[in-house]
Design a protein around this ligand. Structure first.
Ligand code: CA
Length: 82
């Protein structure tokens, strides 16, 4: 848990107060999915796992970029999309 040292409200010369900072997990790509839960921590994504939705079946050539184990898994995901 990170610690933040803040100045004492009592003013200069008073003891410092150490408080716990809110424990916000890092989100390197800024997509709102914390890195420890993000299957694509380096790519901002719109899916629940933090990975982007492939625009079409051709994009499944780069299946790993979209967080899939295989091209097949990518295509099956797209099949279920509206
Ligand atoms: Ca991500």
């Amino acid at each position: 848990m990170p610690l933040v040292i803040t100045g004492s409200p009592a003013g200069p010369g008073a003891a410092f107060v150490i408080v716990d900072a809110p424990d916000v997990p890092p989100d390197g790509d800024g997509d709102g999915v914390p890195d420890n839960e993000d299957a694509c921590p380096d790519v901002a994504g719109d899916r629940d796992n933090g990975c982007p939705t492939p625009p079409d079946k051709k994009a499944c050539k780069d299946y790993a970029h979209y967080g899939f184990e295989s091209k097949k898994a990518c295509k099956e995901f797209l099949k279920d999309q509206p």
